[in-house]
Design a protein around this ligand. Structure first.
Ligand SMILES: [Zn+2]
Length: 276
């Protein structure tokens, strides 16, 4: 079920929202980034890795949203990491005993409800702030932390393999989705994150977004440009010609997300008295 995208880097794409789980081969096993969504898919992934004689030796969640915080018992008990801010955010949410029920009700689509195992949701360890690389025995995986989309979001750069794992950014099917709850200036946070990724993307030959198609050489830059153009449109409240929200949108709910972002940004700027 795994597709190789670069030497020692493999991806499994879920039927749910084209979610990409990433496997990186190391010295004694694999690093598993954003393991997947459906229980059956994670169990098959665990089977495949067992057959390959490759135990999971470390996990990583790119950001504290439910679809990136899942795990399956068959994947084993390796340490699961995220940035300190990601882990703190996930821990806060899950300290509410009703959190999982609420996630199941509000966020998991009815067609996959019951197929998403929530028992091991969010059990991640925060890496101390300023940690530059994931601690594991394998190719260096650089942590690029920023505040776009969700608190403590990390993109991961596997430089020697030319791979950028972008988390929920740089998707060809989803628009930039802002963190409109916590951030003081969500558009600027997102633009700042794109600048960080642009600085890192120089030699990237393979782009793996959290959802959507894998990009080849040049795609990281192209998608950075596309996301930036979308954000400029959002900021200036002009109608976006972005294909991800147009008639050929891959998901029919994405135009609704776009409309809500426009509305909420307008409400915010009215609230603080800033014109426009
Ligand atoms: Zn996601």
């Amino acid at each position: 079920m795994l597709t190789q995208v670069a030497e020692g880097v493999l991806v499994h794409q879920s039927e749910f929202c084209q979610s990409n789980a990433v496997v990186v081969h190391g010295g004694a096993g694999v690093l598993l980034i954003d393991p997947g969504v459906l229980g059956s898919e994670m169990a098959s992934l665990a089977d495949d890795l067992r057959e390959l004689g490759q135990p999971v030796v470390a996990g990583f969640s790119t950001h504290p949203h439910w679809d990136h915080l899942l795990w399956h018992a068959q994947l084993g008990a390796a340490p699961r990491y995220g940035t300190a801010r990601c882990a703190a955010t996930a821990g806060n949410q899950l300290s509410d005993p009703r959190a999982k029920a609420r996630i199941a009700e509000q966020f998991i689509p009815p067609d996959i409800a019951g197929r998403v195992p929530l028992d091991l949701l969010g059990l991640i360890t925060g890496l101390p702030a300023e940690t530059a690389q994931i601690p594991w025995d394998g190719p260096a995986v650089r942590i690029i932390e920023h505040q776009a989309h969700a608190p403590g979001h990390a993109a991961l750069l596997i430089e020697e393999r030319g791979v950028l794992v972008a988390g929920d950014m740089l998707s060809d099917v989803l628009i930039p989705m802002l963190d409109l709850n916590g951030a003081a200036d969500p558009i600027e946070d997102y633009l700042a994150a794109l600048r960080l990724l642009e600085g890192a993307a120089g030699d990237v030959e393979v782009l793996v977004p959290g959802h959507g198609s894998i990009g080849g050489a040049g795609q990281a830059r192209a998608r950075i440009e596309q996301d930036r153009a979308y954000l400029h449109g959002l900021r200036d409240a002009h109608v976006s010609s972005d294909p991800r929200v147009g008639p050929s949108a891959a998901y029919d709910w994405v135009p609704g997300v776009h409309a809500r972002q426009l509305q909420r940004l307008a409400a915010r700027s009215e609230g603080d008295g800033t014109p426009g």
